[in-house]
Design a protein around this ligand. Structure first.
Ligand code: ATP
Length: 361
């Protein structure tokens, strides 16, 4: 079994900087887990600790049934794929693929069999004699994946493997990686700062900020029930809209001074906040031009209309905050400068405590 388990894993660098403040989670056997967060949040440090390239300051790391804190990288049964590909430039693709196996003393037949299999899976069969310099970025990344693949490791660790590719290639390689995961059924831990990659690849996602795990859940749960303002703003593009709301003394929610008709569960969640401010969030696709809905709405001034083919984005402002709404194509477009009422279903609202920034309830 190739599950990975972290218990209270911390990283304090030699200069005293705490890059990972305590990670506790388990990656199931065969799971695709994504570590995501902004630059400097500690995701590479965490992955490198799992790989054994960085020591663990505190806590325990187990791969399968074995605690591996003090096990050398080569004995952890993992294979890592780097953003930089890390290919040997003077070796052919075939030699690059075979190199790790040769080091491990595998037989010639075994090396040939595994190399051919990886080349076939990754579509590299026709370029086995080329050097990395004669390959495109996408092909190089495939060789880097192939080098991990031939090792048949218990766990694949991927550190921003698509960052050096252009947008179109990233999308197609993303699909290839997802396919590869399905085909191999292997445990994969994937680091990225790109929330779209995280949402499309991850079966579960660990969201990190400043060395701290913010939330661990499936993409849909993270999107629908973000645990705090950071997660709410980080996942989803364009980001969730945030407004200042007020919970009146009678318990009703007011937005721009007007009441919003909440359901009983939502009212109960806000009951402890009477007379206080609350941050109200709503996703762009939940705002609708038209304003016939009297249950909840917000008045905005439209600044820019941006059709992008399969959808239209409306950039507006309300009380000094930017508001983005996403409309289906084909609808009649409002004109910039117009005052609009954007209606929403109150059930779609998210509430956050302005002080702790945590989701309520
Ligand atoms: P990026 O997306 O930019 O690669 P990251 O989330 O992967 O960021 P890490 O590379 O894990 O971040 O770094 C986490 C923090 O630890 C950063 O603030 C970084 O400056 C710091 N850091 C990394 N390596 C060291 C080191 N050897 N000594 C001290 N601090 C370090």
């Amino acid at each position: 079994m190739a599950q990975v388990r972290l218990d209270g894993v911390r990283k304090v660098y030699d200069n005293g900087f705490v890059a990972v403040k305590g990670a506790d989670f388990e990656v199931a056997d065969g799971e695709f887990l994504v570590l995501v967060g902004p630059s400097g949040c500690g995701k590479s440090t965490l992955l490198r600790m799992i790989a054994g390239l960085e020591s663990i300051s505190e806590g325990t790391l187990a791969i399968g049934e074995r605690v591996v804190n003090d096990v050398a990288p080569k004995d952890r049964d993992i294979a890592m794929v780097f953003q930089s590909y890390a290919l040997y430039p003077h070796m052919s693709v075939a030699e690059n693929l075979a190199f790790g196996l040769r080091l491990r003393g595998q037989s010639k037949e075994e090396i040939a069999r595994r190399t051919a299999e990886a080349a076939e899976i990754l579509g590299l069969d026709t370029m086995l004699e080329r050097k990395p310099g004669q390959l495109s970025g996408g092909q190089r990344q495939r060789v880097a994946l192939g080098r991990a693949l031939v090792r048949d490791p218990a766990v694949f660790l991927l550190d921003e493997p698509l960052s050096n590719l252009d947008a179109k290639l990233r999308t197609s390689m993303r699909v290839e990686i997802a396919r590869l995961h399905r085909r191999l059924g292997a445990t994969m831990i994937y680091v990225t700062h790109d929330q779209i990659e995280a949402m499309t690849l991850g079966q579960r996602i660990v969201v990190l900020k400043d060395g701290e795990v913010q939330q661990i859940d499936t993409p849909m749960n993270l999107y629908d029930r973000p645990a705090n303002l950071f997660v709410a703003g980080f996942l989803g593009s364009p980001a969730m809209n945030l407004f200042d709301g007020e919970v009146a003394a009678d318990g009703t929610l007011r937005l721009q001074g007007r009441p919003v008709a909440l359901d009983p569960a939502q009212s109960a969640a806000l009951a402890g906040h009477r007379g206080r401010r609350v941050v109200v969030g709503i996703r762009p696709e939940q705002l609708h031009v038209g304003g016939s809905d009297t249950a909840g709405a917000i008045r905005v001034r439209l600044d820019v209309v941006e059709p992008v083919g399969n959808e239209v984005f409306l950039y507006a402002s309300a009380d000094g905050r930017e508001v983005i709404a996403r409309m289906p194509p084909g609808a009649e477009l409002p004109t910039p400068g117009a005052e609009l009422t954007l209606a929403f279903e109150p059930a779609r609202l998210h509430f956050f405590d302005p002080d702790s920034e945590r989701r309520m309830p």
